[in-house]
Design a protein around this ligand. Sequence first.
Ligand code: C5P
Length: 309
Amino acid sequence: MTRHAPNSVVVRVPGKINLQISVGPKEDDGYHGIVTVFQAISLFDDVTVTKRDLGQGISLDIAGDHTHGVPADETNLSAKAALLMAEKYDIPSDLSIHIRKSIPVAGGMAGGSADAAATIVAIDSLYSLSLSREEMHSVGSLLGSDVPFMLTGGTAVGRGRGDQVTAALSRGVYYWVLAVSTVGLSTPAVYGECDRLRAGMQIATPKVNDQLLQALLAQDAVTVGKSLVNDLQSAACSLRPALRLILDVGHEYGALGSLVSGSGPTVAFLVSDEEHALDLAVALTSSGVVGSVTRATGPVHGARVTEVR
Ligand code: C5P
């Protein structure tokens, strides 16, 4: 039986939480050396990439509950990914990209990076490029620091800008409650505020938190909860003081741990099980200090093809 070349590929990609972000000093290139521990969680975007006739260029449309503020033009990271892939591998960039979003936008959960990762995986499949993971990572890291992790998923340590990813061992399922804001925070603004707050301080070279990695290996959610740390949290809270109130509600209702996810403003609470997640979600919703509340589990896999047509 002859297999026809695909016309359309669907890729499912998760969002992420950073269980640790330790931020070093700002480097000459404007970025900060960081050490981070990522966990991919069960909020997914579905990205469909379909071939178009030559000369038609890229079209982009975005659907779902979380689309406010997502650019539907060539500034979208998915469109940039498609153009970069076309240039690098000498394939057409006449593509339509449809993104169904569930990952919060500008929420510190890598939604834009996830869509870029999904686009790389979709184009690899659409044009039978058979790229290695390393090749995909190197394209991904040109697009954004979080893109390589969104290709990998699971649990991983990120070094450099967060783009040098090594898989980490983790056992069991972690239950999360996420307080999502309707208005996002800009990642460069949060890093800038972090620099401002630390001006004049001696900043140590960031190191991975061994206690956190051991706890993930031992399936010890209580210690994972106590080990959560994000050097960007003070900066995110400084730019968005309401985040402190949200963190307080989580403590009051017995979360095992909490932190601002990535550069925020999503706040992630680790809880012990599904029932605890539901209780905390109800408490956060009725507190009146949260835009919307959602639940997720992790770790889950990275960007994967779910349909080929
Ligand atoms: O790599 P990405 O495009 O996601 O980064 C967005 C911005 O976040 C960068 O322009 C930079 O200001 C900041 N950033 C940083 N250090 C990192 C990652 C991001 O300063 N490790």
